[in-house]
Design a protein around this ligand. Structure first.
Ligand code: GAL
Length: 376
């Protein structure tokens, strides 16, 4: 065993092998699911959910793990950036659900800010639907928990007509309360009632990501309204809270797993349908402005059969722009394994551009020179 570990310590990678086991500098599989990458001072930092073995691993028993790399192939274990709490009263107490952490750097406050999906009561029905925020002085942490809440309480979306900017009547509230919204599409989904229901208490927020635009403004995208509608929400100048301006994106389309990129002034949003841990067909949305209008372009996956219909058996989590390279973006996705959560795999694929649209094809193995060929 120990000899095996010594050998593994020296694992050298020269390529990405999507879906294969990927070892860190200790020879241990990288444990950073639902993650995102921050490039800071010439180093990549990969933050993700640390999962333990078995079904128990679908809840958070450890926290958010962070790894560093200078070449994107070799990752050094930098430890736990945000640890779950031993205090049963804490919203991030051990056994809560803490998913899809994303970290951005605020150049004004010099703080590293993490947002994540939080289910404080380990509600496996995911009824909490909250956002958690944590902050750190150093990129690898320790991050301190700031708050858990439902975003945009008391704020109307920018893109709804004035007549919809009112809370539910008692009759509407009773109707909505009787509906059973399972978090996936259903024929009687009340497409324009749920954001009104949640006006005063804050909007539901499950799958989520962060995006910093070229002007330094940061945005939070989250699956809201019982997963039926994505919200795109501006963050405050310190990135710690919503700024009070948000829109609804494609109401009733049930997009989740959002991952946003900007290319030649246009915004592209990768998402999935809502089928829990099971993979489904990815969707691609585009807009000339973050504030819309967002249009759906279709499925960004190229290839035969299941590669397209189940997104190479994975679900999007982040788009990593590769610094120093033109038109180089990596599609990061998770191949979940809910029966043994820790063994979920990472699917990293290069984004290609066809007819000015980002697309993804399968590669058993690829390396960064792919981008030289693709764009050379
Ligand atoms: C998926 C979601 C994951 C996790 C899972 C739980 O739809 O993308 O992050 O929340 O559901 O079933």
């Amino acid at each position: 065993m120990s000899r095996l570990k010594v050998e593994m310590n020296h694992t050298q990678y020269h390529s990405f092998r999507p879906g294969e086991l990927w070892l860190d500098d200790h020879g241990v599989p990288i444990n950073a699911h639902g993650g995102g990458v921050l490039f800071h001072d010439g180093v990549y930092y990969w933050f993700g959910e640390h999962k333990i073995a078995g079904e128990a691993g679908n809840a958070a028993h450890v926290g958010v793990h962070v790894y560093s790399s200078t070449d994107l192939y070799h990752w050094n274990d930098e430890g736990i950036a945000l640890a779950v709490s031993d205090d049963p009263a804490s919203p991030i107490t051990r056994g809560c659900i803490l998913e899809r952490p994303k970290v951005i750097f605020n150049p004004r406050t010099k703080k590293f800010v993490m947002w994540f999906h939080l289910e404080p009561k380990a509600a496996f029905d995911y009824s909490g639907a909250m956002s958690g925020v944590a902050v750190a002085d150093h990129v690898t942490g320790p991050f301190g928990f700031v708050a858990g809440f439902r975003p945009n309480a008391g704020v109307w979306p920018e893109n709804v007509p004035a007549e919809s900017q009112r809370e539910l009547s008692p009759e509407e509230a009773a109707y909505v309360a009787r509906l059973d919204c399972p978090g996936g599409p259903l024929p009687y989904y009340p497409k324009h009632l749920l954001f009104r229901r949640d006006f005063s208490g804050g909007q539901m927020a499950r799958d989520q990501t962060l995006f910093v635009d070229d002007d330094g403004a940061a945005y939070h995208l989250y699956a809201s309204e019982d997963n039926g509608t994505l919200h795109l929400s501006r963050l405050s100048g310190d990135y710690l809270s919503p700024a009070g301006k948000f829109i609804r994106v494609l109401p009733g389309r049930f997009n989740e797993a959002p991952a946003l990129m900007k290319w030649h002034g246009r915004y592209f949003l990768f998402a999935s349908g809502c089928t829990g841990w099971a993979a489904n067909q990815a969707r691609l949305l585009a807009a000339d402005s973050l504030w819309g209008n967002w249009e759906e372009l279709g499925c960004p996956c190229l290839g035969p059969g299941e590669q397209v219909t189940n997104t190479f058996n994975s679900q999007s989590t982040f788009i990593l722009p590769v610094p120093g390279r033109t038109d180089a973006f990596i599609f990061m996705a998770d191949r979940w394994n809910p029966a043994n959560a820790m063994d979920g795999r990472y699917v990293w694929l290069p984004i290609e551009f066809r007819h000015n649209v980002p697309v993804i094809a399968w590669h058993d193995e690829w390396d960064l020179s792919f981008f030289d060929q693709a764009n050379g």
